[in-house]
Design a protein around this ligand. Structure first.
Ligand code: PLP
Length: 301
């Protein structure tokens, strides 16, 4: 028997109000909808606490600055909006999405016509992937989609997510879990929904921000863990062939955390099993989450 979810009971935050999902209405002239003129953050709540909420909001504010939306954003308490949405839905383990858009404007792409922002927060119960998926690791394939490292869009988590959707569609068609995207120079950039790390000769390597990547919150946490654990880590230009030579590889994002990559374009990475350094980093990341989302942790109000 299929389980029906009562969407009436689901509460969303829309433009300053917590309302039932069924009452949420957006303008047909919202420039987020018409032109992808918006930004979003996907966050993970553990034990009722949003992990690295401040870092997600800082990235969003930086993006809003670039898109000319920061001044209007200042009158909203986004931290409270995210926390209240989580609480209103009585969720402990959750995936929370904050979306902002330029709001209603002219039918033409004239940013100056947008009157106010649209701000939406949604939260869903989160069931992690089974541990076996982490023990097997993900398979990845090279995407035909390229990142433009010179485009400001590559560094923004914008609602204009089409390139990533195309890359994901390719990955799905190829029967793999993630698409690996190169930049216009043929260097490794990231995954369609993740950042990528390699382990080569004991060193942790990840494409630098100049490679045209989204500066991932999880990527940043992994680099900090490496630093405190005396693991040599470097952010630099990464050649595609280094992925095929790597002893270990993994991808990161706020929802998957650290997922080993064990196969690329049909060939095993390293032994074809999650490597030792990857497993140590996975354990260290979980430890960090536990500390920060415990009652005394910094991620809690
Ligand atoms: N790169 C892209 C293109 C993404 O979409 C994401 C997350 O969805 C990431 C990287 C990882 O970002 P974060 O660690 O902040 O979740």
């Amino acid at each position: 028997m299929t389980i029906k979810i009562d969407i009436m009971a689901e509460i969303i935050y829309l433009n300053g109000y917590l309302i039932p999902r069924s009452k949420g209405k957006l303008s047909p002239f919202d420039h987020g909808f018409l032109y992808g003129y918006g930004l979003f953050e996907t966050m993970r709540a553990y034990n009722g606490c949003l992990f690295h909420l401040d870092r997600h909001l800082t990235r969003l504010y930086q993006g809003a600055e670039m898109l000319g939306l920061a001044a209007k954003l200042a009158s909203f308490d986004l931290k409270a909006a995210c926390r209240e949405t989580l609480r209103a839905n009585s969720l402990k383990e959750a995936r929370v999405r904050l979306t902002i858009s330029a709001g209603e404007g002219d039918m033409a792409p004239e940013p100056g016509t947008c009157s106010g922002l649209t701000i939406l927060v949604t939260a869903k119960n989160f069931i992690p992937l089974p541990p076996q998926r982490y023990e097997q690791g993900f398979k990845a394939a090279l995407s035909s989609v390229h990142r433009n490292s010179q485009s400001p869009l590559s560094r923004l988590k914008s609602t204009c997510y089409l390139e990533n959707i195309l890359a994901r569609t390719e990955a799905k068609a190829a029967g793999v879990d993630e698409a690996i995207v190169l930049n216009e120079r043929g260097h490794l950039a990231e995954g369609s929904i993740s950042n990528i790390f390699l382990v080569l000769q004991g060193m942790l390597i990840t494409p630098s921000s100049e490679s045209g990547i989204l500066p991932g919150i999880t990527r940043e946490a992994v680099l900090e863990i490496a630093q405190t654990s005396n693991i040599r880590a470097v952010e630099r230009k990464v050649e595609l062939k280094e992925l095929t030579l790597a002893g270990e590889a993994f991808i990161t994002n706020s929802i998957l955390e650290i997922m080993p990559l064990t196969c690329f374009d049909g060939k095993s990475i390293g032994t074809g099993k999650p490597g030792e350094l990857t497993k140590n980093l996975m354990a260290a990341y979980r430890k960090l989450v536990n500390i920060e989302t415990s009652a005394a942790g910094r991620c809690c109000p």
